[in-house]
Design a protein around this ligand. Structure first.
Ligand code: NG1
Length: 589
């Protein structure tokens, strides 16, 4: 399976992209990057790492609950060129000169600092750690300032570098070598904050260049790289699932990935009914609302690899959005397990997920027995969806239905005190398990709605997967065209149901995404939904291939923010996409 394969290293773009015309088109960009690198650093790059973004076809906000998701890599990507540092100076080990092709992003130079070994200079070490913890991330061994309170383009480069330093240049390693000083140049075609996973692409590409230039790539398996990239991205301040990094690394041309995380990472390539000779495509349409899930920022773009129009709105981030959802779902898992009398062992009182609750509900120890069959999983999800009702506040004994309707929808949530009480933990224990590692803010916590979304969305993913599989098996059959139309309709219905659930239960849509998904359906899409974290960013729609251009024109005519875009700008914000290949490293001769 894909995760066990080595990270590919190519010396020829046709092999890398497996598509001659696409490779030729991309070649122009690669040449520009190489020439610009030479102009800035006085030598050719030795490696270029490429990591694609992804669209999630279905399965939103369920990766961190450890349920399977269904993304595909797209053609848009991040490229990072690198070479060992060249100048007359001799910089400190590991120093990085980082440039971005986007001129508004100023060049940065940073040097990782090796923290003193434990036991030695303890006081100084403590002082450094305190300072590091105040505003940035600290890792044992090497330290770099990553300011989590601001969005800075180089933070994603540093995040990737961190993992490489701490895994391969650990001060305690017997072959204690030093990282070499490196020059890098970044470019990309992924709009940031649009749900196409530009952050994961940056972190994956960064991890790859630092591995390559330091000679640490050999034998590295894709699965190991996924783990490193997930860990690395956490350093920027998002407790993300793992879907984006897995999609960017494990994807393959013309297939989507069914990625599961429990009991361990697994990725299954699933042919889509949109692959040739089928006749439908996925179309991405950007709402032009920048979803800022990390900090409540005021910048209009994250790391300068996009050309979004300056009019983009910015939405505030993590405390009340992404990270809050992560906490709500973990608390939901705890309360549900308690209400269903399920015993879940979790080492050192770590929170457990809704996926683990489902496993205990089956009475299975999947960690021992391996993941259960998708059909059985689907049946279990249907059952547990009826049990989720026990999470409603009135069923938890807090208020009754009449009071709920009087006070409106928001009252379906629990206050902090109610949540602590329902968890059966003391206040201190609760805060220690659920809140000590993350900063969140809410007057009411929506454990019922979040759990209901997660179980129903996980079920839709399984239904989507099954439809794609059965449709690929019917290929070659005389009745294929009729059945393909039915399959596309059913896939579209699942996408619409997912959007509805994201909007009403998970509350991760926004008025613009609601409007755009509505417009795309009326413009002829089989189905349409937000993709990625939401609160802005892109929609994904399933559309007849023969009608793509007409579809795009109809959407353009009706979606207000597209009115003043010229053709080039329009191509950037609404485009058909097909599943592309995953990350690779290119070695220049
Ligand atoms: P985007 O929107 O691409 O950043 C985020 C998470 C995913 C997943 C989706 C919601 C990160 C890096 N990625 O995706 O893991 O949880 O939201 O399905 O935070």
């Amino acid at each position: 399976m894909a995760a066990r394969l080595p990270v590919p290293v190519f010396t020829n773009l046709n092999d890398a992209y497996q598509d001659l015309s696409f490779a030729a088109k991309q070649g122009v960009r690669w040449d520009e990057l190489t020439q610009e690198f030479e102009k800035r650093f006085g030598r050719k790059p030795t490696y270029i790492a490429r990591a694609p973004g992804r669209v999630n076809l279905i399965g939103e906000h369920i990766d961190y609950a450890l349920f399977g998701v269904f993304p595909a890599a797209i053609e848009q990507d991040v490229l990072i060129a690198c070479a060992p540092h060249s100048s007359d100076e001799t910089p400190a080990p590991g120093t990085v000169r980082a440039h971005n092709m986007e001129t508004k992003y100023a060049p940065q130079t940073f040097t990782p600092m090796l923290l003193p070994p434990s036991g030695l200079q303890e006081k100084e070490k403590q002082a450094q750690e305190d300072k590091a913890a105040a505003s940035s991330v600290h890792a044992e061994g090497w330290h770099m300032d990553i300011d989590k309170t601001q969005l800075r383009w180089e933070s994603y480069v540093k995040a990737g570098y961190y993992g490489v330093l701490n895994h391969f240049f650990s001060p305690s390693a017997s072959n204690n070598t030093q990282p070499i000083p490196v020059d890098i140049l970044v470019t990309g075609t992924l709009p940031s904050g649009s749900g196409l996973s530009s952050s994961a692409a940056m972190v994956v590409a960064s991890t790859l260049v630092f591995l390559a230039v330091n000679g640490k790539l050999e034998g590295l398996k894709k699965g190991r790289l996924v783990e490193m990239a997930v860990e690395n991205e956490k350093r920027v301040g998002v407790n993300s699932g793992g879907m984006d990094q897995a999609a960017s690394i494990l994807s393959s041309l013309n297939s989507a990935l069914y990625i599961t995380f429990y009991p361990s990472l697994n990725a299954e390539l699933i042919p889509l009914p949109t692959s040739p000779p089928r006749a439908a495509v996925f179309v991405c349409a950007n709402s032009l609302v920048v979803s800022d899930k990390v900090v409540g920022g005021s910048e209009s773009s994250v790391y300068g690899i996009s050309h979004l129009p300056p009019s983009c709105a910015v939405i505030k981030g993590a405390k009340t959005r992404y990270n809050l959802r992560v906490v709500e779902t973990l608390v939901a898992a705890r309360i549900l397990a308690r209400k269903l009398n399920l015993q879940i062992s979790s080492p050192s009182k770590k929170p457990f997920t809704l996926r683990e609750v489902l496993s205990a509900y089956f009475g299975l120890d999947e960690k021992e027995e391996g993941a259960i069959d998708p059909q059985l999983l689907g049946a279990g999800l249907e059952d547990i969806l009826t049990e989720v009702e026990v999470l409603r506040p009135e069923r938890l004994g807090f208020r009754n239905d009449d009071q709920n309707s009087d006070k409106g929808e928001i009252q379906i949530g629990l206050t902090m005190d109610e949540m602590v009480q329902a968890s059966g933990l003391s206040n201190d224990e609760f805060r220690n398990i659920f809140l000590s590692w993350v900063d969140v803010e809410a007057s009411h916590f929506q454990v019922y709605k979040r759990a209901k979304h997660i179980f129903s969305e996980a079920l839709r993913v399984l239904q989507f997967r099954q439809l794609c599989l059965s449709s690929s098996q019917s290929l070659g059959n005389d009745e294929t065209s009729t059945s393909t139309a039915d399959v596309l309709k059913s896939l579209g219905n699942l996408m619409n149901a997912s959007q509805e659930s994201c909007a009403s239960l998970y509350e991760c849509s926004c008025p613009e995404l609601d409007e755009l998904t509505q417009i795309t359906r009326e413009a002829g899409a089989y189905g349409s939904r937000l993709t990625g974290a939401g609160w802005g960013g892109c929609t994904i729609s399933l559309v007849d291939e023969s009608d793509v251009q007409g579809f795009i024109q109809r959407v353009k005519a009706r979606y207000g923010p597209y009115q003043n875009l010229n053709d080039t700008e329009l191509e950037e914000v609404i485009f058909a996409t097909r599943p592309g290949s995953g990350a690779f490293v290119f070695k220049l001769e």
